[in-house]
Design a binder for this molecule. Structure first.
Ligand SMILES: [Zn+2]
Length: 128
């Protein structure tokens, strides 16, 4: 059960490192951020896929993290914060992209990369 402790440890670290500010305080001109995504993970155990749309209102924390679909993943999430920041800096409303999870397949499978693929579309609505 060693990996459970490590997971918990990582989760606590993750929360500590998260931005404590709200979106409206960091980006007053933003009305809404929307992230539409499809995630795919293929391993020897099978294939999993998830699609979802996340909506971030201005009163939410300035955190744009999506959990990896592979529950054993050592990285556990995708961080889209810098993508959102880049878009706002350049005043872009829509952007699509693909990210590959940088984690490992599992704590007891470190020789194997997680490789979950995240296909995303970020839409930002600015205040007029
Ligand atoms: Zn992963």
């Amino acid at each position: 059960m060693k990996h459970i402790d490590k997971r918990e440890q990582r989760f606590i670290t993750r929360l500590t490192l998260q931005d404590q500010r709200l979106i409206k305080d960091v980006y007053p001109s933003i009305e809404k951020v929307e992230i539409e995504y499809t995630m795919k993970h293929i391993s020897v155990f099978g294939k999993s896929e998830r699609s979802n749309t996340l909506i971030y209102a201005p009163n939410r924390p300035n955190v744009f993290e999506i959990d990896c679909i592979n529950r054993e993943c050592t990285q556990e999430y995708f961080d889209l914060k810098s993508e959102v920041r880049k878009m706002i800096t350049l005043n872009i409303s829509e952007k699509t992209g693909v990210m590959r999870c940088q984690g490992k397949e599992a704590e007891d499978h470190l020789e194997q990369s997680c490789d979950t693929i995240l296909d995303y579309k970020i839409t930002i609505k600015y205040k007029n």
